[in-house]
Design a protein around this ligand. Structure first.
Ligand code: 7TS
Length: 411
C-alpha cells in the first residue's frame, strides 16, 4: 500500500484551483506531474554542476558527466537492462521508435518483407513503420483487436510469418488501457526470426518492467510520462543489434576520429547520442527513476488497480456512457477512454474542466484505432500514483453534472 496523501505533498502543482474548484488531474497518459525530488534535482544541476558532458577536464564538466552517466545506470536498473551500453538517451518514445525504424529498418528490412503492428498503436508506433515500408517496398500488417478490446492473439499468429522482420506493439494501449501480452509476442516474433519492439510509453511509469524477462529486442519510453521532464526518454536495445546498427544522427559527441572524408564512431551507447544531449533532463529523469523505485512499481500498479476497480464499475453504471477496452477492472489499467451518448467528447472535457477535472479528449494520436472502434473521438481519464478515490468520485460527479447540464441546461 502506498501513502497517497504523503505522495501528494511531493507534487506542488496539484494544490491549485481550476475554475474555482480544486484541481483533479486525470491526464496522466498525456504527461505526468513532477515531484519535488525531480524538480530539485533539475534546479540543483543548473545551480551547481551545469557543464557540457564528455568534453571538459574541468571540475564542473566532470561532475556533469558523472551525474549524466549515473542517471543512465538508474534507467538501466529501472528496466533491468543487462548493461548501460544498451541504454540510449533519446527525446522520448517517438524518437526511440524512429531510430529503430531508420537504423535497424535500413539494415534488416528489404522489398517483400513484412512489418507487423496492431490496430491499437499510437501514431508514433505507426508512421515510422509506414515510412520504412514505403521506402523499402515492404508491407505493413495489422494485428486485430477482439470485440472485448484485447489484442487478438489468433490474428497475431496469422500476421506474424517468416516474412516478418519487425513486430512492434504497445505494452499498454493509451486508449484501451489494456496490457498486451508482449512476452508471448516476443516468442512468436523470435520463432519467425523477427525482432520484437515494445512501445513502453504507457507501461514503464506504471508497472515493473524487465526488458530481459520480456526478451524485448528494443524497448522505448518517455521521461515525461514517469514523473520526469519533457524532452528526455530512453531507447533500450540489445547490444548485438545496436552494435550492427548505424547511428541515426551524426556530429559531435558520437565520434572517435574524424578524417576529411570518413569518420569512426564511439562505442555504445554514445555512438547514438550526437550533439550535446539533454543533460539536465537525463539527470532529473534519473531522479524520477529513483523516486518511482523507492515507492515501488508494484505498489504503484496496485494503487492504480485499486482505483480502477473502484471507478470502472461506477463509470459502467452511468446510463449512456461507453468505456472502451476491457470492461473487467482487473484487465484495465488506469487509462480509461469513454464517450457519453449524444455528446462530443470535447464538450465533455470542457464541461469537466469547468468542474476542475482535467481529462483529455480527441483521437489520442490513435486515429486508426478510433476508426476501428467506429468513433471519431473519445474523452479519456488517466490515473497515476498521486490520484485518490476522492479524485475518482469527483470525476463521476462531474460526469453526472455534465449529463444534467446538457439534458436540462443547468448545472
Ligand atoms: N506511444 C504511446 C503508447 C503513447 O501513449 C505515446 C504518447 C507515445 C508513444 C509518444 O510518446 P512521446 O513522449 O514521444 O510523445 N501518448 C500521448 C497520449 O496518449 N496523449 O498525449 C500523448
Amino acid at each position: 500500500m502506498i501513502d497517497v496523501e504523503k505522495i501528494r505533498q511531493e507534487f506542488p502543482i496539484l494544490f491549485q484551483e481550476v475554475n474555482d474548484e480544486p484541481l483533479v488531474y486525470l491526464d496522466n497518459a498525456a504527461t505526468t506531474q513532477k515531484p519535488k525530488a525531480v524538480l530539485n534535482k533539475l534546479t540543483y544541476y543548473y545551480e551547481h554542476d551545469n557543464a557540457n558532458v564528455h568534453r571538459g577536464v574541468h571540475t564542473l564538466a566532470e561532475r556533469a558527466t558523472k551525474e549524466y552517466e549515473a542517471a543512465r545506470e538508474k534507467l538501466r536498473k529501472l528496466i533491468n537492462a543487462g548493461e548501460t551500453a544498451e541504454v540510449l538517451f533519446t527525446r522520448g518514445t517517438t524518437t526511440g521508435l524512429n531510430w529503430i525504424a531508420k537504423s535497424y529498418g535500413d539494415l534488416a528490412v528489404n522489398a517483400g518483407d513484412e512489418i507487423v503492428i496492431s490496430y491499437m498503436e499510437h501514431h508514433s508506433n505507426i508512421i515510422p513503420w509506414q515510412q520504412l515500408a514505403a521506402c523499402k517496398g515492404a508491407t505493413l500488417k495489422y494485428i486485430d483487436i477482439t470485440p472485448e478490446g484485447y489484442l487478438d492473439m489468433a490474428s497475431a499468429k496469422e500476421q506474424i510469418t517468416d516474412k516478418t522482420k519487425i513486430v512492434s506493439i504497445a505494452h499498454v494501449s493509451n486508449v484501451l488501457g489494456v496490457i498486451n501480452p508482449v512476452k508471448e509476442l516476443a516468442v512468436l516474433a523470435h520463432e519467425h526470426g523477427a525482432v520484437m519492439v515494445i512501445d513502453g510509453a504507457q507501461s514503464v511509469p506504471h508497472m515493473a518492467v524487465d526488458v530481459q524477462e520480456l526478451d524485448a529486442d528494443f524497448f522505448a519510453f518517455s521521461g515525461h510520462k514517469m514523473c520526469g521532464p519533457t524532452g528526455i526518454g530512453v531507447l533500450y536495445g540489445k547490444r548485438a543489434l545496436l552494435e550492427k546498427m548505424e547511428p541515426v544522427e551524426f556530429g559531435g559527441e558520437m565520434i572517435d576520429f574524424v578524417n576529411l572524408y570518413d569518420s569512426t564512431w564511439k562505442e555504445l551507447p554514445w555512438k547514438f547520442e550526437a550533439g550535446t544531449p539533454n543533460i539536465g533532463g537525463a539527470i532529473a529523469l534519473g531522479a524520477a527513476a529513483d523516486y518511482l523505485q523507492e515507492i515501488g512499481l508494484d505498489n504503484i500498479h496496485q494503487h492504480e488497480a485499486d482505483i480502477v476497480s473502484y471507478v470502472l464499475p461506477k463509470l459502467l453504471a452511468i446510463d449512456g456512457l461507453t468505456v472502451y477496452g476491457p470492461q473487467d477492472p482487473k484487465d484495465h489499467t488506469g487509462v480509461i477512454a469513454f464517450n457519453l451518448d449524444g455528446l462530443h467528447p470535447h464538450d465533455v472535457a470542457t464541461a469537466l474542466d469547468m468542474e476542475g477535472v482535467a481529462v483529455r479528449a480527441g483521437h489520442h494520436c490513435a486515429q486508426p484505432l478510433l476508426k476501428y472502434l467506429k468513433v471519431p473521438a473519445a474523452a479519456r481519464a488517466s490515473f497515476y500514483l498521486y490520484n485518490t478515490k476522492a479524485d475518482a468520485d469527483r470525476l463521476i460527479e462531474a460526469i453526472m453534472a455534465t449529463k444534467e447540464f446538457f439534458q436540462h441546461g443547468a448545472i
